[in-house]
Write a protein that binds this ligand. Structure first.
Ligand code: FES
Ligand code: FES
Length: 153
């Protein structure tokens, strides 16, 4: 097969039609009784960047709406889109348990067949790091959750 065959249909679909691309405004979050969290993360080495928006219910701490924007490649867009979907309906602490392995597994068409080629796994790691950044901002941790993870691409 060609390199083209190394990507799942789910990756291709989400790359073309991400479900959660967009922003959440302060006003919208407020109307949902939610706190808005905007987190940026990226890789200095390549310049790729992702921004995630969470509306976190002020009482339950559940992520009731989430969206993203991206300057990454197609795999980064598909991974971020799936990452957002996995965050939805979870509390911030539950969202922190999601890993890039979960995202890749959710993007597979069949259990045994990888969703993206190995060279592209770092793009889903970037999507996963932005969750940690969002949680750090939510929890008011100045630096910390991410300090050890210098992203290298
Ligand atoms: Fe840069 Fe995927 S985000 S190659
Ligand atoms: Fe930058 Fe992959 S090339 S995240």
């Amino acid at each position: 097969g060609s390199l083209w065959d190394n990507y799942s249909n789910k990756v291709a679909d989400r790359m073309d039609h991400p479900k959660y691309l967009g922003e959440i405004s302060e006003k919208e979050a407020e109307s949902m009784n939610a706190r808005l969290v905007i987190a940026d993360w990226g890789a200095e080495s390549c310049g790729d960047a992702v921004r995630m928006y969470w509306a976190v219910d002020k009482d339950s701490e559940i992520i009731v709406k989430a969206t993203f924007k991206s300057f990454g490649c197609g795999t980064a867009i598909a991974s971020s889109d799936m990452m957002v979907e996995l965050c939805l309906g979870k509390t911030v602490d539950e969202a922190l348990q999601i890993t890039n392995i979960d995202v890749e597994a959710s993007l597979r068409d069949e259990p045994g067949i990888p969703a993206v080629p190995p060279q592209k796994m770092h793009c889903s790691v970037m999507a996963y790091d932005v969750i940690k950044q969002a949680a750090a901002i939510y929890k008011g941790v100045e630096k910390g959750i991410l300090d050890d993870d210098e992203m290298v691409c």
